[in-house]
Design a protein around this ligand. Sequence first.
Ligand code: NAP
Length: 240
Amino acid sequence: VNPPLTRLLPAPAGPTSVLDAYDVERAPRPDRPWIGLCMVASLDGSVAVDGTSGALGNPNDLEVLLTLRDLADMVIVGAGTVRGEGYGPPRRADRRIGVATNSGRVDLETELFTSGAGFLLAPESAEIDESAVEVLRAGATQLDLVAAIGRLDEVMPGATYVQAEGGPRLNAALLEADLVDELDLSISPRMVGGDGPRLVVGADGTERRFDLAHLLADDDGFVFSRWTRRAATSPRHRGS
Ligand SMILES: NC(=O)c1ccc[n+]([C@@H]2O[C@H](COP(=O)([O-])OP(=O)(O)OC[C@H]3O[C@@H](n4cnc5c(N)ncnc54)[C@H](OP(=O)(O)O)[C@@H]3O)[C@@H](O)[C@H]2O)c1
């Protein structure tokens, strides 16, 4: 049984469920789908313990990830995360998972790919057996992530909402290109020390401002925040 969940903001506070809190309208951009980034972090800002995020989670955190996957049309994730976390297919058979890679070094024999759910986002230079997997090619030697995201309909026509699931290097590319419309950040009630990465690793110093859309807490001490990108042109809020 998942620990009971309370919505703290927006007011009034009261009991809620993961589905009620996260099933909200998300309007796609004119030239691309809405992109939401879902991550869990420790109190001291680490997103991994011993190379995976498993030790940071709880049942509600997992439910947030899986519910957002169900609400999204597709998932994108970095090859490092797929290699490190042993990614499997999504629980809904009609969902696709796109794995970003420059090298093409991804194990196509795992169920993620043999199920048909997995596909790759890769540059022209990546050597990939295209008889074994669908590949969306963009960029010569480095993946052109902006172009690839603009063409996701080639893989799934009509996709309006894409869930990004890290890791920190894919997040850096998304942040630099200002492609993070939503951040679903779950906070695990523990400090873990170590030298695990934070949410974004390797991006330039560009600041992106977000607004708090909701704040939830559960009886296990987890906090679930949802943030949306503040529109740069908003007259009330000038700046980034
Ligand atoms: N707490 C969480 O919610 C959460 C979520 C996800 C991951 N993590 C943790 O993050 C760690 C992995 O970190 P990471 O930085 O290695 O993750 P990552 O971003 O998933 O992996 C980096 C690799 O992914 C590919 N990649 C990423 N961005 C790319 C881009 N823009 N274009 C082309 N390829 C791209 C490259 O693969 P190639 O080497 O194949 O070229 C790159 O070497 C793991 O410990 C994992 O557990 C935590």
